[in-house]
Ligand binder design. Structure first.
Ligand code: GLU
Ligand code: MG
Length: 446
């Protein structure tokens, strides 16, 4: 149940909150905001806050493109906050945060609202008795500054204990902030690349998981700023280096039954569980236009960089685009889930969760079967045995996406076309750019 806005506003004011930040994530994956003084929260909840529909056509560099259904200066949308998700931002004292749905001035859902798209797909799954639980792993690199040369904020080795010494205060403050915000953290750990860390959060209803991914990044940015550091979530941070992923974990249940455990299929998958995974795997080349939506994304998606750029699946195979995670023996009913490794944080998380559900349900409709499991590093297989490589450029991913009836149907024509227009603008922006230029221009945008 959503809290009463007037009561909530009074509580926030008493807690010293000056303003509430309404966050909307655009098709280029950039979180954009409008702030409302706390005293205006009640009317702003009822009527929303105005924002131009032109934001549908925004590109990551703040240029504006157009599609048949987006891009003009005319019109207004209302940002309606989801007050169930409002939290005081622990790393930005005095501010609270809330995600929004976008509606027309007459109160109808905006057909291109990404968050309502995700909600619709959750409902579509529910109408078939399927509930999904999702969570993002958020990788990021801490740097000394946003200067051109990237100097990592720690010199300690990959996964090194010393990273948690050099950045001990940062880590504790981040964990505390997330706890105060009600985000359930599963792990915080140093990652492979210089200065890299990862936060993973507990599985949630998919829309909530997407909200969490926005909130967690806002909080990481807040704690980083308090320490005089800079943070990048970009898929490619140094040319040739290991990048930042935003892997998506998802569990599929029907009633109490985990569809990825206790069945008669491979590794205990049920028939529908396998069909769901097969639908996602089959659509993965098209899904990249949603989940790896930047030109820079394709610098990350190279073999043997733990980004898993092959169309294959495998139990606990970290070089497989789709990894089946069964968990501890005996706890499969509780733990079994799947992980899509290829996505990154330049993606709009609402589009990601909705699109994955759409493709999984399509897999169930078509009762698809998974191909043979890949049990080794696909890059080491002979050409004949090696699984197909995922698109190696945004152009190819968008071309594949534009042919996907499943995604067009799920997103609706208007949103589908606008996403394509934004991707084309992103591609045009980097036409002729060197890998260094692409990395440098993407580093601090998301
Ligand atoms: N940093 C890797 C990526 O780009 C992932 C490392 C891991 O397996 O967690 O996705
Ligand atoms: Mg990781």
């Amino acid at each position: 149940m959503a809290p009463d806005p007037a009561v909530l506003a009074a509580d926030l004011a008493e807690a010293g909150i000056e303003a509430v930040v309404f966050t909307y994530v655009d098709n280029a994956g950039v979180a954009r905001v409008k702030g409302v003084p706390t005293g205006r929260l009640a009317p702003a909840s009822k009527h929303g806050v105005g924002m131009s529909p032109v934001f549908d056509a925004f590109v990551a560099d703040d240029s504006i493109t157009s599609s048949p259904s987006a891009g003009g200066p005319v019109g207004d949308l209302r940002l309606i906050p989801d007050l169930r998700r409002l939290v005081a931002l622990a790393a930005q004292p005095g501010l609270a945060w809330v995600p929004v749905d976008r509606r027309s001035q007459t109160g109808d859902p905006h057909p291109q609202c990404q968050r309502q798209f995700a909600t619709r797909l959750v409902e579509r799954a529910a109408s078939r008795g399927i509930t999904m639980q999702m969570g993002f792993e958020i990788e990021f690199i801490l740097a000394r500054s946003t200067d051109d040369e990237l100097v990592p904020a720690t010199v300690a080795p990959a996964y090194g204990a010393n990273r948690l010494v050099e950045l001990g205060d940062f880590s504790v403050e981040l964990l505390r902030a997330l706890r105060l915000e009600g985000v359930e953290v599963l792990q915080l750990h140093p990652e492979y690349a210089p200065g890299q860390f990862e936060v993973s959060t507990a599985p949630r209803d998919p829309v909530h998981a997407a909200d969490d991914s926005v909130l967690v990044r806002q909080t990481i940015r807040g704690v980083t700023a308090r320490h005089g550091l800079a943070v990048t979530f970009s898929p490619a941070v140094e040319v040739g280096g290991v990048g930042n992923g935003a892997h998506l974990h998802f569990g599929i249940h029907q009633g109490k039954q985990n569809l990825l455990a206790g069945g008669r299929g491979t590794h205990g998958m049920t028939s529908d569980g396998e069909a769901f995974l097969a639908g996602v795997l089959d659509a993965l080349p098209a899904l990249l236009a949603i989940g790896a939506p930047s030109v820079a994304s394709y610098q990350r998606l190279v073999p043997q960089h733990w980004a898993a750029p092959y169309v294959c699946w495998g139990k606990e195979n970290r070089e497989a685009a789709l990894r089946l995670v069964t968990g501890e023996a005996g706890a499969e009913q509780h733990d079994a889930n799947a992980e899509v490794k290829v996505f990154d944080a330049t993606a709009n998380p609402y589009l990601v969760v909705g699109a994955v559900i759409a493709c999984g349900l399509d897999g169930i409709d078509r009762q698809l079967r998974l191909p043979a499991e890949t049990t080794t590093d696909p890059a080491t297989l002979d050409a004949a045995a090696r699984p197909e490589r995922l698109p190696t450029s945004l152009d190819v991913a968008v071309e594949t996406f534009s042919r996907s009836d499943v995604l067009r149907d799920a997103l609706g024509n208007a949103l589908f076309e606008t996403i394509i227009a934004v991707r084309h603008a992103e591609i045009a922006r980097f036409a002729g750019a060197s890998p260094d230029e692409i990395v440098a221009s993407t580093r601090w945008r998301h």
